[in-house]
Design a protein around this ligand. Structure first.
Ligand code: ATP
Length: 812
């Protein structure tokens, strides 16, 4: 009988029967799920496990395999609503499991709607950072492993062309706002008209000013009729925000709102008042005394992160150090993320790019070297530890001027934090191992010094640009001491500090600037002015080809005369390099150019510049009373200038006797005529030259042939490599991961689902080796491969061959 085989008298059902049964049970399940989801929610509060909810077997199995059995509070509250298609505003503490609270309803909604390859994009998850997007995508891969949707990760930093092609074939996208909008604008064929569900993770961040325009533009491209979910540990309740997302009667799910604290209960939080110039010392000592810990250290700018990371690495604390910030290339960021996740003991220096959502296992400490801009940022930063049921510790370093304002803010935000005192010996001026070493590093390596100067400036700028002027007072900071602590011979002069001082002097003893609207406007105007002025100044400087002097001169003229010996030596030693560095230091335009390039594929740069619009400082002024030091570079340039002005040189040829001759000397007439008449001489010359030219022509042709051959070989090699890459593209963290096992055929995971296009292919597809699906690990794929054992034989020709084949198939 076709389709059946006989072995030991046992009847095996045919493949089509198995498929029919499977289809039927799937249909029954879908009907039941749909019915349960339509019913009013009763008793869901008491449910403990995922499998008590109307969730498909496939998802439950994915959840189980990832060890998700019991629901967390936010999941218990949000899942029933999400599964019923409600719009949700979800708020719960960091590390409480919000990711599953939106991913499960998302997968289920598409499953219940029998979403297929031809339906296009069904669900969209937007994350503020690439790292968080990757993380969400990984969870989706885990729990959705048994579903057959195609899913893609769109975060920039990868091949645009490939992304553009694949994005049109995805059912689910996890992305960062900038890159998504770019595709909406530029990728023909990418449309979201069918979108059913939109999720904004870390919604308050995505909706804040930095992403405002991008998000508005994205939302304009989405259908109004859809389900929308917003999640964050610090949720937005702004009616305006919700209106622009067109939420329909959203359910506000805030599980920890009534709890006493806004941070995880297993988190111990401390703050320490540390003078600005002692922070590096304290941090380095902390690392040295916690060598077996895993910690995340937050600083306020990329430049500080780089400086502290580079210098600490050179000081060899005895534990791996890593750094993560928005100006790194995507690949580097991904590598750092993976490395830190895998380390048991390590310290990661980072900006707020890592403040939200990142879920590194077993982080013991979160240390905030720089004060966060507000309590929300504090809550997200410390939330990188004490996740789920783990415990953790957090330390906040506050400058004396920041203490009162910040501690009050934290209290208001229900953050339980206690003060620890800095040990007296750390305050002791004589004990400054880091400062001495920093000086040495800066002295020996101009790059480090340059980084130090940039770090200094960017820190001062970040404080200056902070909104909350009660906490952040740039004039209260000990600039000179801070510069010394970085190893710099003096504080780079910064104009905005001067300006701010002057402003305060005018204000006299009036109360400190508050963060009300007017003040903000004032600040913004002032920032814009500064930016414009310094742009003009930088341009003027560049036009004049001015050499910018070494600007280590302290801000105060009195200290200018007392240049230390070390400083003078340093200046001499690194004069050339420094002149170059200083050009870089004031060349903010070029900085911006490079930043522009980076920002093109760096979303978080967008938001990091919101309140911190990158203002040029314009403060690197040339002291009028000092002669300009001339760098080697400039000396060289002036030499060139001199040579230029001396007019064109003459080319001379020297004969065997050493006599100089002009390149073209006129022959005397007699010797010219002695060689024959002019015409025959011309003919002979032309013939001779033709031989030379022909020979050269031949060599050129051979050379170009050789080059063409090489080019062709290289192209072929590249094509071969690309083909190999295509075959294994889902081995690596790609921008777009093929969510479907076979994008061109769109076959389902087992080819049996109701909406699988090739379900009638019978057993033929069983014999075709399948590509590894996006939900499968390598090991899984290998296992599946082993299971699909196929006996390969040549067509039997004789009776004996047919018998042999029959025995082989019967396993005898
Ligand atoms: N039901 C569950 N059972 C076991 N572990 C869970 C469960 N839900 C989530 N987790 C784990 O808890 C950790 C935190 O989850 P998740 O990253 O979703 O938190 P979050 O609320 O989004 O945090 P954040 O606000 O920082 O983004 C993760 O490691 C996740 O694997």
């Amino acid at each position: 009988m076709p389709g059946t085989s006989k072995k030991g008298g046992h009847h095996k059902p045919s493949t089509s029967t198995v498929r029919k049964e499977k289809r039927l049970s799937e249909k029954q399940e879908l009907d039941q799920l749909e019915e349960r989801c339509q019913q009013p929610l009763v008793g869901t509060d008491t449910m403990q496990q995922f499998d008590e909810l109307p969730i498909s077997r496939k998802t439950i199995s994915g959840l189980k395999r990832a060890n998700f059995i019991k629901m967390t509070d936010i999941q218990r509250k949000a899942l029933p609503l999400g599964l019923c298609g409600k719009d949700i505003l979800g708020a719960a503490k960091t590390g409480s499991g919000k990711t599953l609270a939106f991913l499960v309803p998302m997968i289920e909604m598409l499953y219940r709607q029998k979403w297929g390859p031809m339906d296009g994009l069904g669900a969209l998850v937007i994350s503020p950072t690439r790292e968080l997007a990757v993380q969400i995508f990984e969870v989706l891969r885990k729990i959705g492993r048994e579903h057959s949707f195609s899913a893609g990760l769109i975060i920039g930093g990868k091949d645009w062309k490939i992304e553009r092609e694949l994005i049109t074939k995805m059912n689910i996208l996890v992305c960062t706002p900038g890159r998504l909008l770019q595709h909406m604008d530029q990728s023909a064929g990418f449309d979201c008209d069918n979108l059913q569900l939109l999720v904004l993770d870390e919604a308050d961040r995505i909706l804040d000013m930095g992403f405002k325009k991008t998000v508005n533009a994205i939302v304009e491209n989405l259908p109004r009729h859809r389900q929308t979910m917003l999640f964050s540990a610090t949720q937005t309740k702004s009616v305006k925000d919700l209106a622009r997302l067109s939420l329909k009667d959203p359910e506000y799910v805030a599980v920890h709102e009534k709890s006493e604290h806004s941070t995880p209960k297993n988190l111990s939080q401390y703050y320490m008042v540390v003078p600005l110039d002692k922070k590096l010392d304290v941090m380095f000592n902390f690392i040295k005394t916690h060598l077996t810990a895993k910690g995340i250290v937050f600083l306020s700018s990329c430049k500080q992160v780089r400086f502290v990371f580079e210098t600490f690495c050179k000081l060899h604390p005895g534990v791996p150090l890593l750094h993560l910030h928005g100006k790194q290339k995507q690949q580097k960021r991904a590598e750092t993320y993976a490395k830190f996740a895998a380390q048991k003991a390590a310290y990661l220096f980072c900006t707020d790019i890592a403040a939200r959502g990142l879920d590194f296992a077993a982080v013991n400490w979160v240390i905030q070297m720089d004060c966060p801009e507000d309590p929300e940022t504090y809550i997200h930063r410390v939330g990188r530890t004490a996740r789920y049921e783990a415990s953790g510790q957090a330390m906040l370093m506050l400058c004396p001027s920041e203490e009162t304002g910040m501690v009050q803010g934290l209290e208001k935000a229900k953050v339980p934090i206690q003060e620890v005192k800095l040990k007296q010996d750390a305050k002791d001026v004589k004990k400054e191992p880091i400062q001495k070493q920093m000086q040495r590093l800066c002295f020996n390596d101009p790059e480090i010094k340059y980084l130090g100067q940039k770090a200094f400036i960017s820190y001062m700028r970040s404080v200056y640009l902070q909104k909350d002027k009660i906490i952040f007072d740039v004039n209260a900071l000990p600039a000179e001491e801070f510069a010394s602590s970085l190893g710099l011979p003096g504080a780079p002069k910064i104009k905005f500090v001067e300006k701010s001082k002057a402003k305060n002097a005018v204000r006299g003893n009036q109360k400190k600037p508050s963060d009300d609207e007017d003040d903000d406007e004032d600040d913004e105007k002032e920032d814009e002015e500064l930016l414009e002025k310094s742009k003009v100044k930088t341009l003027e400087k560049r036009n004049k080809k001015e050499v910018v002097p070494e600007d280590d001169t302290p801000a105060e003229p009195s200290t200018k005369q007392t240049k230390s010996k070390i400083e003078k030596m340093f200046n001499r030693k690194n004069q050339g390099v420094l002149a170059d560095h200083y050009t870089k230091l004031v060349d903010h335009d070029s900085d911006k150019r490079s930043r522009k390039g980076a920002a093109a594929d760096s979303d978080e740069e967008d938001f990091l510049t919101i309140k911190r619009v990158d203002h040029d400082l314009g403060g690197e002024e040339i002291p009028e009373d000092e002669p300009l030091p001339i760098s080697k570079r400039q000396q060289k340039m002036s030499k060139l200038e001199k040579v230029k002005n001396t007019g064109r040189g003459n080319k001379l040829l020297f004969d065997d006797e050493g006599q100089a001759h002009e390149m073209y000397e006129l022959e005397d007439e007699a010797s010219f005529h002695a060689k024959g008449d002019a015409q025959s001489q011309q003919k002979a010359f032309l013939e001779k030259e033709k031989v030379v030219m022909d020979r050269a022509d031949l060599t050129d042709k051979a050379l170009s042939k050789e080059k063409l051959r090489e080019k062709k070989a290289k192209r072929k090699q590249r094509e071969r490599e690309e083909m190999m890459d295509d075959d294994y593209s889902d081995d690596e963290e790609t921008v777009v991961t093929l969510g479907n096992p076979d994008i061109s055929g769109f076959s389902g995971d087992d080819g049996n689902s109701d909406y699988s296009m090739d379900e009638d292919n019978g057993s033929a597809d069983e014999e075709t080796p399948k590509k590894r699906g996006w939900w499968q690990d390598k090991a899984d794929a290998e296992e599946a491969k082993k299971k699909r054992k196929v006996v390969e034989v040549d067509e039997p020709q004789t009776l004996a061959e047919q018998e042999a084949l029959a025995l082989k198939l019967l396993g005898l």
